[in-house]
Design a protein around this ligand. Sequence first.
Ligand code: COI
Length: 365
Amino acid sequence: MTAELTFATTRREDPVPAAERETILANPAFGTIFTDHMLTALWTKGEGWRDGQVRPFGPLQISPAAAVLHYAQEVFEGMKAYRHPDGTVWTFRPERNAARMARSCERLALPVLSEEDFIGAIRALVTVDQAWVPASGSGESSLYLRPFMFASEAFLGVRPANEVTFSIIASPAGAYFPGGMKPVNLWLSTDYARAGAGGTGAAKCGGNYASSLAGQMEGIAQGCDQAVFLDSSTHTYIEELGGMNLFFVTRDGKLRTPALTGSILEGVTRDSILELAPDLGLEPDEARIGIDEWKDGVASGEITEIFACGTAAVVTPVGELRWDGGSAASTAGAEGGEVTRRIRQTLLDIQYGVAEDTRGWLTRL
Ligand code: COI
């Protein structure tokens, strides 16, 4: 596929003043503040992609009959732009996000955007908003990028939309969890599943996240931060957290993660950690992992560390697992185990240009 889109730029007349922007960048939270600009493009059946624009950040005008509002025909991605010590700005494995978005689009019957257009769009927005990428050396801060695509056609019949909007917004981001490296406690959701066989679990679509919220609410009511979801058929195998994949470090040097079954999201961070594992002296192992293996493994000392990972969360230590009537103790200490911290630092060093990118994972924006 070749690039179909070019982007016309309209700059915001009243950008956030530099001093205010610097205050925001010095201490960004997650997902609350957005840059001066956004990107949009339109697709219509028979005509393809057109009308690429980088324009002032602001409300989208859509019909209340837009199909996305009724039938959730929508997909999204999560990526980051990192500033390196020499001031240049880079992103991490964007071709992976482009490919995953294409797979999500196929599953949700949305049009596919080529890798060239996807990366071209990221570059077009970050070029205009590059002052919003936090300075090198500012801890874990980056510019979080949220590409998304939705059915914007006003039509209430149930069929794939004939008009679709692609957009990217950007948000300066610090740690996803306010506690930073403080371990997150997890609730084992047994009443709810996030996704089922043949469903949309492997796609990055809003519906999966919506369906994880009731389990998350249940967990929060029990004093936890997130919920763990099991497979929907047998309620025995660990899947993911809803917005993050899970890893287990074992006493005999394995780095285990649930195998992709079609109902688990194929995380870019997950894949990168599996690739980095041998460099860190760990044996990667993708397998069906029963929830009893977690409970028993923690009790016997077979599991030494557990962490969650994702673009937003990077690598976050997992503490206690709680369920109705019991709990499995934390293996994480106050700031995660040694292996968890080493994996996290290895990844961050590559992303922030501190360690050599021997795998060609970085793309300059
Ligand atoms: C990401 O990690 O980028 C996601 O999209 C997950 C979400 C929990 C923020």
